[in-house]
Design a protein around this ligand. Structure first.
Ligand SMILES: [Zn+2]
Length: 125
């Protein structure tokens, strides 16, 4: 072989493993859980919800259950904006919608002086 020319071995080549996108999944389908797991460089991976999902390792901060595809999620302010809470990640949690409803109702009841066990049931006047 002439000087300055060398044969590159197979192992020296850049390799990347590709995993086929699941079923009919699309980056535009709104399924942040799937896409935040799949693509850390996806455009939605830098969104606050995707960062929270990664930080919480895909678990709800309230009930501790792992979020599943199709679950409805919301962001919860640990310190609510009305009390000076910010929109920074360290003041936010990802929760199931129903967990968020329960937590918000409990916090509101505590602010209003209801005892913890005496919460009005949902829909009560
Ligand atoms: Zn939950």
């Amino acid at each position: 072989m002439p000087d300055g020319i060398r044969l590159i071995g197979h192992t020296a080549m850049h390799q990347e493993q590709y995993i086929k996108v699941r079923g009919m999944a699309s980056p535009y389908d709104g399924n942040l859980i799937y896409w935040s797991r799949r693509l850390r460089t996806h455009w939605a991976a830098g969104t606050p919800m995707a960062r929270l999902l990664r930080r919480q390792q895909g678990r709800c901060s309230s009930c501790g259950l792992t979020f599943r595809d199709g679950d409805r999620l919301e962001m919860h302010h640990i310190v609510r904006p009305a009390d000076g809470g910010t929109n920074r990640d360290n003041n936010l949690q990802a929760l199931h919608v129903h967990c968020h409803d329960q937590l918000t109702a409990r916090q509101q009841a505590e602010r209003n002086g209801y005892p913890r066990q005496g919460l009005p049931s949902r829909g009560a006047v």
